[in-house]
Design a binder for this molecule. Structure first.
Ligand code: NAD
Length: 272
């Protein structure tokens, strides 16, 4: 029998914020499926973790390299794309994953907390998506690799639809990601570019460790999840592989909720 080609064989993927958590999970799963992954990290202090992810992938036979870039800085994003294209020839996949929280009660939220979160979670996704789309348009479809000219996954959140008191900046950034994603998906679908979001529920990563690393906090968190388990980075990574592959060729402009049912109004589970 002929050897089956891996789903993402020969494709180049930039994954932002891939030194930890969901980005790391996506990098590992994409690499397992044949993609060459560029592990982005924001600053010198995050380099070692990113290199460890790359080393893990390479040790298991995958292809990976690292790239430092703060996604909220236009010049750095442009350089990350031009360096990647110079090294590998093109970019086929962008996982727009980098993000953070700066939580505060609304009346106490500083402009700096607001701007930092919007700058990384929303403007950072805009800057990276813009550079990716330019490259996808330049190259067009290469049928030997994929039916699409390129794929973007925006890492959104259940908080693109669930309001979240104490996190106005974060919820606004993810609501913004939703309509940016849908708007550019509409604009570039005729060029065979697929742009979708993944909306994770609660995934055990450093961003939310307070919510799951003590038993009492975990117990209250699980009340919000009908499946009664916290998600793992690989749950998101596996969804990302499918969404980037030709198996999802007719999926465009969609928010895919990977949340164990968190958006199913769990308060009504027991008759409301
Ligand atoms: P995480 O803190 O492990 O990962 C965030 C990554 O982004 C880190 O590696 C960090 O270094 C990187 N980063 C931060 N600022 C950056 C910048 N300016 N430039 C480049 N990289 C930068 O947390 P995570 O949970 O893995 O979060 C990843 C994404 O998933 C975020 O967009 C987050 O909003 C989203 N998300 C997470 C959850 C969850 O439950 N963990 C739920 C919904 C959405």
């Amino acid at each position: 029998m002929a050897e089956t080609k891996l789903k993402l064989e020969g494709q180049i993927a930039i994954i932002t914020g891939a030194g930890s958590g969901i980005g790391k999970g996506c990098a590992i799963e994409l690499a397992k499926n044949g993609a060459t992954v560029v592990i982005n990290y924001p600053f010198e202090g995050a380099k070692a973790a990113a290199e460890e992810v790359a080393a893990t992938i390479i040790a298991s036979g995958g292809k990976a390299s690292t790239h430092q870039c703060d996604v909220s800085k236009e010049d750095q994003v442009i350089k990350m794309f031009s360096d990647t294209i110079a090294t590998y020839g093109t970019v086929d996949i962008l996982i727009n994953n980098a993000g953070l929280q700066k939580d505060a009660k609304f009346t106490e939220m500083t402009l700096d907390q607001w701007n930092t979160v919007i700058g990384i979670n929303l403007t950072g996704q805009f800057l990276c998506a813009r550079e990716a789309v330019k490259e996808f348009l330049r190259r067009g479809v290469d049928e030997t690799k994929s039916r699409a000219a390129g794929k973007i996954i925006c890492m959104s959140s259940v908080h693109e639809v669930i309001p979240w008191a104490g996190h106005a900046n974060y919820a606004a950034s993810k609501g913004g990601v939703m309509l940016m994603m849908k708007t550019i998906a509409q604009e570039f679908a005729p060029k065979k570019i697929r742009i979708n979001s993944i909306c994770p529920g609660a995934i055990a990563t450093p961003i939310n460790h307070d919510a799951w690393d003590t038993p009492s906090h975990l117990e209250s968190l699980l009340k919000l999840i009908p499946e009664k388990r916290i998600g793992l980075p690989e749950d998101i990574g596996k969804a990302a592989v499918w969404l980037c592959s030709d198996d999802a060729d007719y999926v465009n402009g969609t928010s895919l909720f990977v949340d164990g049912g968190m958006t199913l109004y769990p308060g009504f589970e027991d008759n409301g």
